[in-house]
Design a protein around this ligand. Sequence first.
Ligand code: GTR
Length: 410
Amino acid sequence: MPAQPKGFNYDESKVPAYILPDPLTAEDGSPIDTVEKWETKRRPEILSLFETHVYGRRPAVPLDQKSVVTEESSDALGGKAHRKQVTLLFEGGSQPYGLRLLIYLPKGSSTPAPLFLGYNFNGNHSIHSDRNIHLSPSWMRKNSNGNREHRATSASRGASSYRWPVEKIIAKGYGIATAYYGDVEPDHAEGWKRGIRSFYTKDERGDPLEIEDWSAISVWAWGLSRIADYLESDPLINASQVALLGHSRLGKTALWAGANDPRFSIVISNNSGCGGAALSRRAFGETVKRINANFPHWFCRQFSTYDDNESALPVDQHQLIALMAPRPTYIASAVEDKWADPKGEFLSAKNASPVYSLYGLQGVQASVQPGPNTPVGDFIGYHIRDGKHDVTLYDWEQYLEFADRHFARH
Ligand code: GTR
């Protein structure tokens, strides 16, 4: 797909006039001026609006979740890391279902490691050339990067390693955990038939849950919470310092996971765009209509009623970011990633900031979008870097710095 598909608006002067829904005015019109009112009234309202209109609901927690360590070595990456491969088995459905987790932890630390967690696009073996990583047996979306007939081959080992500076992360004292999002549900319109969505017919409240009541993004986000369950059980990991990161569609997923699960103590959205950090009402680059047409499985059925009708949405994406408060969150854009609407991503971060102010914290103070490679913000970080839609070393350097600051590791 070209970076800027034709037939969409990339002209700032053609952005429609819009009014954003106010995170600090309740649905009944009353002002939200205390943390207590935010947490007990407005936050649950906004979360429920996103659930109903955008991402859909979530299923009951599985009846039984087991973790099986399938491989472990305390002499990984030339002796610098401890590697663990763990399969999470969910037994609440008609048959056990496995999600494979790869973890590297810094060696020689006397305390449990803080950790970055992120889904990968091409299987765990794609993030590093370490040949001990199990080759994913799962269905792969693309037949590129060493995948053939939608399966990984050994040629795909390390294919995405430039996006995962594992050694640098370890050297800074962080662990890294990753899983292939397609283990939870294959990323195509019929993927639910082979994924977790086919197993669970009830939501968290025990009410019936149809396939269209939730969505691929919602089930991927749910999978991240199940990984958080595991991280809490592993004594080598500091589960109170987990920074969740996602790129693009997985950035949308990370934000929705962070909104639902406070155990993600930092949430990072890298180039997440439409349905992620970008304001839907701007209809700049990718639009609600286009994303629903191209990816009908990503959002719940109700979201498509806002095709060409964004102003009728009862929420916009700044309110999703506000759901992270008071946890630190980071929104990143790229100059050439116009499809994802970098300015709309910045404005979301900016317009989420009043909720952080309720807590006495600063979100993004800058009133205009900063220039390239100039990070801004305190509890909401933001940067736009040079280059295209991707995860680069520059992005990681900012996330490591942000985590150091908020986890008080300076
Ligand atoms: C694009 C989609 C974007 C973004 C991206 C990705 O095709 O239009 O919303 O999610 O895919 O995830 O790589």
